[in-house]
Design a protein around this ligand. Structure first.
Ligand code: 26Q
Length: 831
């Protein structure tokens, strides 16, 4: 009998193949009522998921009980985004039920791997920040911490991308069109949320006044819970996603009068709040709705956190001993998007629980911590004071008072009578349209503020918040990001995971530092052969995927060179593209040019309103078309832009990558996490000294990574001296030839000028991300890489060492850093 390998009953009940089959069949018969004759895969996927969910829910209940009884402190992760991807495969691995389930399904005539491809991604996020939240939830559960994720139950996640004539087309994401087997609605934990209206100062019997908020509108938050299954442990935590509904489903008055459509208006208006995830560049559009979405989500979460606290520590709350709250509750703000939670907690403690200002403020300062994910000025959130006044009048009062106290106490004591400093640090940015600076509020309140890689955290201190760093020298800190090795190796790269299981004694997926044992094998030719055979098999699998998705044939013998991430100028997909144009040009000039065949693989979505990003996608597709169909270059170069890049596609690309492109302008990429995933799977990085690339280079050593380009300091110097892109255009013949080529109709026959926007962004546009300054150094690094690949033993050694030395980037390590320096939690296991 094959069962899962756990020894203790408390981890996951030992389920035999027979029992798993029986549970799947049960759901096929009773919840799916399986039909003959149609595609059975969706029904089997759903039945398998539901069978697994039975095990998970049981574990979840036991976890909740344990956490309640032990009274350990919990962390509440507030994030507008979670990029969970698909859940079946990961949940099976984390419960150690993959193999018996695979056998059970095989006996029923199905491949588990096929079924795992069913179902949509939970794509409730844009990119790195959302995926980081998902990795952190996995690690928190795996390390048995009491943690709750809070987010928005978007009806539509990030848009679905397709290409029509090379242009990006967006379609709505329909992830729960037919319901998701993983989520459970918990109407008993619904929340009522107020908006609009006015504040009245109501006289109290003791002669004082108390502000009372008379709301103009009420919304209802309904929670959907997704279980978060820890790996090889006892814990199942919860991700709670809020859906917005009207307080009353319909207006009975109107309904009785026969106005059926109007009667539903309130419901329709309320549902808009959680209807759709905002793409990360819609800074201007739909402002009010995004603001309400943020507040709705924060208010629901804060009320829920308080309700859970009162439920568990009722006596303490009754005796008004709220100072205990901060011993039991930590709240982490994932960027500034949930900042309003700070003011909401202040409001609740004062208005609903009668705390004095000082006590409420002291609690907020102890409870909240904030993670910064970007230095880009355009991404720092500011909301107009007028909008605040209209939507959240009571919150604006509180905000003003926080600001007064801060300016008159903290700022005044360090910089007395300094109006310039007051203006710079104030929560309010004055001007034609005064605005609230959300990041300032986070820094003023939080007891810790962290960046996400060492260089980024240094720049947060030096460039973004230098004055705050002077005020509070220990507040600003670093926690380098990480990724979960469960999803990003064990589940997505089963062949390599198998080899690691065979080679390493102990559970490397829990303790990723164990991979360093591989360093002794990096030059072992047998191990090299095994490692590279797996890479080759993964590449073959990807060639099939590429064919299916694009119709393009690529050879698995070529170098697979991968750039997968959101499309943004600072990430410089257009530097990669310029280099491809240059290689193509050189090959046409010299068909005998001695280069390794190369397949350049892109995956990226552009924010719908980001025109230049869309132009870069279009240009890449057009250039790809020309190169892929040019017989003169004998398949030495292929360019593939895979549509609809998302977590589940990343899981197919990453195991097959030879080269990882991490080529942002130094100082612009806060950390990056794709860089870690690719290196962990044996890809060699070509990258700038930016974000976590610097720490990756420290781990793998300079000889196992291709670093190029300006450093942060050099970029700053160039800015100070005045950057002139024409200098490079005029002095580098290759650059000039490539850019001029874009002005012709070579890549867009009959339509000259269609790609001129790309040339223009490099020259007349001022090239803000200094692509031209880094071009030569990038091309040289690629030459060195090409040469290194020719020596297959040498390359295998580099690839193996990249896998071996990624231990630091386990998100378990990131979480332990947060626990030690910020949250101060203790794990909760059964004794
Ligand atoms: C802002 C205003 C209105 C609507 C949307 C937004 C918005 C949404 C998402 C702004 C930014 C984001 C996402 C940012 C993000 O993903 N940042 C990335 O975070 C990763 C995890 O820390 C880092 O590794 C990346 O370097 C960083 O770019």
């Amino acid at each position: 009998m094959i069962t899962n390998t756990k020894t203790t009953e408390t981890i996951t009940p030992n389920l035999s193949v027979a029992e798993i089959s029986q549970r799947i069949k049960h759901h096929l018969q009773f919840t799916q009522s399986e039909q003959n004759g149609c595609d059975k895969k969706p029904a089997y996927w759903r039945a398998t998921s539901l069978a697994l969910n039975d095990v998970i829910v049981d574990k979840l209940q036991r976890t909740k009980l344990r956490q309640q009884q032990s009274e350990v402190k919990s962390v509440n992760y507030l994030s507008l985004e979670y990029l969970m991807g698909r859940l079946l495969s990961n949940n099976l691995h984390n419960l150690d039920l993959y193999t018996p389930t695979q056998i059970a399904l095989k006996n029923m005539g199905f491949e588990l791997a096929d079924l795992c491809e069913q179902g949509a991604d939970l794509a409730l996020g844009n990119g790195g920040l959302g995926r980081l939240a998902a990795c952190f939830l996995d690690s928190l559960a795996t390390l048995d911490y009491n943690a709750m994720g809070y987010g928005v139950h978007y009806q539509h996640g990030l848009f679905k991308q397709s290409f029509v004539d090379g242009k990006q087309i967006e379609q709505p994401d329909m992830w729960r069109e037919f319901g998701s087997p993983w989520e459970v609605c918990r109407p008993q934990s619904s929340q009522k949320i107020a908006l609009y209206g006015y504040v009245e100062d109501v006289a109290q019997t003791d002669g004082t006044t108390k502000p009372v908020w008379h709301a103009g509108k009420m919304l209802q938050g309904v929670p959907w819970d997704v279980p978060i299954v820890g790996y090889n442990c006892e814990t199942v935590n919860t991700l709670r996603l809020w859906e917005c509904r009207a307080e009353e489903a319909f207006d009975w008055e109107l309904l009785n009068r026969g106005d059926y459509l109007q009667a539903h208006q309130q419901q329709v208006a309320a549902e808009v709040v959680s209807k759709v995830l905002y793409p990360n560049d819609e800074h201007e559009a739909g402002k009010e709705l995004r603001f309400i979405q943020q507040y709705f989500f924060c208010a629901c979460s804060v009320q829920d956190i308080i309700a859970r606290f009162e439920n568990q520590y009722g006596a303490i709350a009754d005796s008004n001993n709220w100072s205990t709250f901060c011993d039991k509750v930590a709240i982490q703000l994932n960027d500034t998007h949930p900042t309003i939670a700070i003011v909401e907690l202040m409001r609740t403690l004062m208005d609903d629980h009668n705390l004095e200002w000082d006590s409420a403020w002291a609690i907020c300062q102890k409870v909240f911590a904030y993670t910064n994910h970007t230095l880009l000025p355009e991404a720092l959130e500011k909301w107009s004071v007028a909008l605040f006044q209209r939507v959240l009048p009571r919150h604006l009062n509180i905000l003003y008072r926080i600001n007064d106290a801060f300016l008159n106490n903290d700022v005044e004591s360090l910089w007395p009578n300094n109006n310039d400093m007051r203006a710079r640090l104030s929560l309010i940015e004055e001007g034609n349209e005064p605005k609230v600076r959300m990041a300032h509020l986070c820094v003023i309140t939080a007891h810790k503020v962290n960046g996400v890689a060492q260089i980024h955290s240094d720049l947060v201190k030096q460039d973004l918040f230098p004055e705050f760093n002077q005020l509070w020298p220990t507040k600003l800190t670093n926690v380098t990001n990480g990724i979960t090795p469960r999803r990003w190796l064990k589940a997505c790269n089963p062949l390599l995971a198998n080899l690691l299981d065979k080679t390493i004694e102990g559970d490397w997926a829990k303790n990723l530092n164990m991979l360093s044992e591989l360093t002794t094998l990096a030059e072992n030719s047998k191990f090299q052969a095994e490692f590279m055979t797996i890479k080759q098999q993964n590449k073959i699998a990807l060639t099939k995927e590429i064919k299916a998705l694009t119709g393009i044939t690529v050879s698995p013998d070529a170098i697979f060179d991968v750039q997968i991430k959101r499309l943004h100028e600072y990430k410089r997909q257009h530097l990669n593209l310029l280099h491809i144009i240059s290689l193509y040009r050189q090959l046409l000039e010299n068909p005998e040019l001695d280069i390794q065949p190369r397949v350049f693989i892109f995956g990226a979505k552009a924010a719908p309103s980001y025109q230049l990003a869309k132009e870069i996608i279009y240009a890449t597709n057009k250039i790809a078309e020309k190169i892929n169909n040019d017989e003169r270059i004998q398949d030495k170069l292929k360019v593939v832009f895979l549509p609809n890049y998302r977590v589940s596609l990343a899981e197919k690309i990453i195991p097959a990558a030879d080269v990882s492109e991490q080529i942002s302008t130094a100082g612009k990429e806060a950390s990056g996490t794709g860089n870690m995933k690719l290196a962990l799977n044996g890809a060699v990085t070509i990258g700038t000294l930016d974000g976590a690339n610097i720490e990756i280079a420290e781990e793998v050593g300079d000889e196992n990574i291709f670093i190029f380009g300006l450093t942060v300091d050099e970029v700053k110097t160039l800015d100070t001296n005045g950057y002139n892109p024409y200098h490079y255009y005029e002095n580098n013949a290759e650059i000039r030839a490539c850019l001029d080529w874009l002005d012709t109709d070579y890549f867009t026959p009959g339509k000259p000028g269609e790609l001129s926007a790309i040339k223009d962004c490099f020259l007349t546009g001022g090239d803000p991300y200094k692509v031209l300054a880094d071009f030569q150094s990038y091309a040289d690094a690629h030459k060195a890489l090409d040469k290194a690949y020719k020596n297959q033993q040498q390359w295998a050694k580099m690839a193996i060492l990249n896998t071996a030395l990624m231990g630091k980037f386990n998100s378990d390590r990131s979480i332990e850093d947060y626990v030690e320096n910020i949250w101060h939690l203790t794990p909760c296991k059964s004794s």
